[in-house]
Every structure is written in C-alpha cells, then in structure tokens.
Write a protein that binds this ligand. Sequence first.
Ligand code: GDP
Length: 299
Amino acid sequence: RDKLFGGLKKTSSKLSENLTGLITKGKLDAEMLDEIEEALIVTDLGPATAAQIRDKLAATRFDKGIYMADLREVVEEELTQILTPVAKPLEIDAFPRPQVILVIGVNGSGKTTTIAKLAHNFLEQDYGVMLAAGDTFRAAAIGQLKVWADRLGVPIVTGPEGGDAAGVVFDAVKKATAEGIDVLIVDTAGRLQNKRELMDELAKIRRVLGRLNPAAPHDVVLVLDATTGQNALSQIEIFKEVAGVTGLVMTKLDGSARGGVLVAAAKQFGLPIHAIGVGETIDDLRPFDARDLAVAIAG
Ligand code: GDP
C-alpha cells in the first residue's frame, strides 16, 4: 500500500498543484467551478470525470465556505464511485481447467512483466500455472518470457521465432489440460502498427482455442502503460475492436504523473480493472482497490 501511495505521489501532486490556488474566494461560484473543471481535465482524469465532480460540487452546500479539504473530499468520493464498479480481480473459476488468459498490449507496455507478476500471484494462491509464448514475432519476447518461467519455476510452451502463434497456443492448451494445469497465461504479439495482421492472428488463436474449449479464452486482458496518458485510452478503443478485451491491467503507475488516466478509462469504458503495476519486481502487481486508489490520487 505504501508503494501505491508513494508511486502515485506525482499524480496526486499534479492534481494538488492544479487545484491549489483555485479555491481563493471561499464561495463556490460558476467561475470557480469552471476553473476546477478545467484543472481536473488536464490531470488526465478526463472530461466526463471532471464534469461529474463539477456537478457534485455544484449540488453541494458549503455553509462555511469551501476549502481545499472539501474539494479533496468530493474528488475522493467521486473517484471512489467511478472506480468501485470496475475493481474486479482475476478469478480462477473455469471448469474444465485450464482457465486460458490471453494477454494483449503494445510492446513496451509491460506485458511480459505483468504475465510474470500474474503467474507469481497465482502460484501464491496455489494454482498450477503454465505460460505460452504466443508472441512469436519477436525472438526477444520468447526469450524474456522463458527467463521469467525459469525464475518462477513454471512450465512454458514456446515455438520458433516467426512461427505460428495459434500452433503454440494449441500445443499449450493440450499440454496444460493433460497436466491438470489451472491457469494458462498466453503472451501475444502487440503489433498495433499492423492492425489487420494482429486481428487475423488473434482471430486464429481464438478459433484454435474455441475448438479445444468453447469457453476459451476465458479472459482477454489488455495491459496499458499509465505513462502514455491519453494514448492508453485510444489503445483500449482499438484493442476492444480487434481483440474483445474483457479486462485491464494498468502498469507503471509508480512514478507517473498520469495515473489519472486510469479513472478516465474506468469512466469511459467501464471495463473491469484487474490489477495495477507499481514497480518492476515480481511483487509489484497489486489488486485494484477502488478506495485506495481514489485516496492516493486525491492526495
Ligand atoms: P513488454 O514489451 O510489453 O513485454 O514490456 P516489458 O514487460 O518488457 O516491460 C517494459 C519495461 O517496463 C521493463 O523495463 C519493465 O521492467 C518495466 N515495467 C513493467 N511494469 C512496470 C511497472 O508497473 N512499473 C515500472 N516502474 N516499470 C514497469
């Protein structure tokens, strides 16, 4: 929790900086509401969230005049309200096993690290975990995932670089089923530059999975880098279209001033947020707690 609060310091400082100085007149008038709304928009919380907070402020009576603490409290309440419905951890409940989790996202978003962190968390819950190196496009991606698998002591299914990703996934599901694995986490190529190819590849993976188990993939988790700010929102839009995203993980919330984008994503898309990344080590994937996050952002 400390790491979450420490990590989101830049986001909350940015919000404070933007808001401090606006509450000067004590009385909340239309001009001040406009200024607060604008200040909230530029902190990545998004226009819809800013409007919601403005409406709440406008509807609240501040009998003794409004202070910074009052503003903070309203921001915290509204953020909690926005984030609570989307806070949903990844549950392992597929029957028959394995539960197949496809992990998607652009290169550099923290996808590989997130897969390792998820695997670690599932191992801690005593689930049998297997990885599949479905990003056959980059040799480095296969190698990196293998390093994590060895470090975690979990089996991994790989194929040759440039090979057929759907083939790797097919082998992995068969192996996982035979070995009684609970969770199969599948890495995929994040080639947004070539939307058509990516779409075809993911469709093929889905077809192969569906043939082995009609319920698979059970989860399609999009990994987003918080430091990319508004860019993360357009990635959700695109991946929703090409991959049928069922939930999000946002990484690099530590040290980013753009953590507000998580709220914008929640407000705009309403997709479940499973977890957040607050650092580079294996323990740095945290379950998403709406209240904690709201408090950390509101500062
Ligand atoms: P991929 O290309 O999407 O697979 O990205 P990687 O998993 O290789 O991550 C890219 C870089 O981001 C690496 O240096 C990771 O250590 C780093 N990274 C991943 N998640 C986090 C996070 O939550 N916080 C921080 N600070 N760094 C992260």
